[in-house]
Design a protein around this ligand. Structure first.
Ligand SMILES: Cc1cc2nc3c(=O)[nH]c(=O)nc-3n(C[C@H](O)[C@H](O)[C@H](O)COP(=O)(O)OP(=O)(O)OC[C@H]3O[C@@H](n4cnc5c(N)ncnc54)[C@H](O)[C@@H]3O)c2cc1C
Length: 289
């Protein structure tokens, strides 16, 4: 006989947080990662080791709003919600369109992609270059943490058992003047997990680089970003020289250390990651802005 699972589905966020404070539970938003993690033989219910708490219906977690130049996105917005919202930046929509197929996009949430912390999570490279901040809430109050501090490794995040990710904050994302790209390499254009992904952000004043950020997905245990390398480009003028580009590519060559797995080989991943970086650094689109 199937084992019983205790499941909670409260009407409000505060009731959910109170329960989380009493009991260590598995949070289920869309369930598209949780159910795969705990899948069992056909016809056998999944074995989830703790009580579960559903959060996908909570309206407090589904708001998208602007606060000055920052964009706040509720953790339980599904990919389909995000695709329909006019505030969501175009590059993020482009990344979302590469995720799975419509059925999963109707269930999967942005908060789930972050908390699952897969290095191949398709929204993560962009969230890193947007300098995303995460609003976590518990019965004891709120705290805000940078995404790169929150994500520690595959399925490892800096979340206390009684906390929930409530909002993703994209600082100054509504500011004009930056050029942002997202590229994903998979077996096909959608419904494929990334072999490599890349996000690049650049802001130029005249011909001078004011700010630049790069993030690589699926080439290490977490998204790879290096502020030290990015800083080497601050103040340089575009178009960049061959020597500048070679220096940046060489610096990333040292810190990108992918692995071989069922989706790709380490050498392919590294070669493509560095090619995407080179392509971004030579791009004509932002150079003519
Ligand atoms: C067929 C298939 C194809 C897929 N394709 C892709 C793809 O192309 N690209 C991609 O990036 N992903 C893909 N995924 C993975 C998955 O759909 C995404 O990672 C999705 O964003 C997970 O969101 P969810 O709401 O379903 O998360 P859930 O499964 O509900 O949760 C995932 C993890 O996050 C935790 N969690 C969720 N929300 C919160 C919260 N608010 N606060 C605290 N913890 C929370 C859960 O406890 C769990 O540990 C695919 C999955 C499937 C099944």
């Amino acid at each position: 006989m199937a084992e019983k699972i205790t499941a909670y589905r409260f009407d409000r966020l505060d009731q959910t947080l109170t329960q989380l404070n009493k009991e260590n539970c598995v949070i289920i938003a869309g369930g598209t990662d949780v159910m795969v993690l705990h899948k069992s033989r056909r016809g056998v219910p999944p074995k989830i080791p703790k009580p579960i708490v559903f959060i996908d219906h909570l309206s407090e977690l589904k708001r998208i709003y602007q606060n000055h130049k920052d964009l706040h996105i509720g953790a339980c917005c599904t990919y389909s919600d995000l695709l329909e919202d006019p505030f969501i930046p175009i590059p993020l929509k482009k990344a979302i369109k590469t995720i799975a197929a419509p059925a999963i996009r109707n269930r999967g949430t942005l908060g789930g992609n972050i908390c699952n912390a897969s290095p191949a999570g398709d929204t993560l490279p962009l969230l890193y270059v947007y300098n995303a901040k995460l609003l976590l809430r518990s019965v004891h109050g709120d705290r805000v943490v940078a995404i790169n501090d929150f994500i520690q490794g595959p399925r490892r995040v800096q979340r206390h058992y009684n906390e929930m990710l409530v909002e993703i904050i994209l600082p100054s994302v509504l500011e004009e003047g930056s050029h942002i790209v997202f590229e994903k390499i998979g077996n096909r254009n959608a419904d494929a997990i990334a072999k490599v992904s890349f996000a690049g952000y650049i802001r130029i004043n005249g011909v001078r680089i004011e700010d630049v950020r790069f993030a690589f997905g699926a080439v290490g245990p977490t998204i790879v970003r290096s502020i030290d390398i990015e800083k080497k480009l601050y103040g340089l003028t575009i178009p960049l020289t061959e020597a500048d580009i070679a220096q940046i590519v060489a610096a990333f060559d040292k810190i990108i250390n992918p692995i071989d797995d069922q989706r790709s080989t380490a050498i392919y991943r590294k070669t493509v990651a560095l090619n995407l970086l080179r392509y971004f650094l030579c791009m004509k689109q932002y150079q003519s802005n």
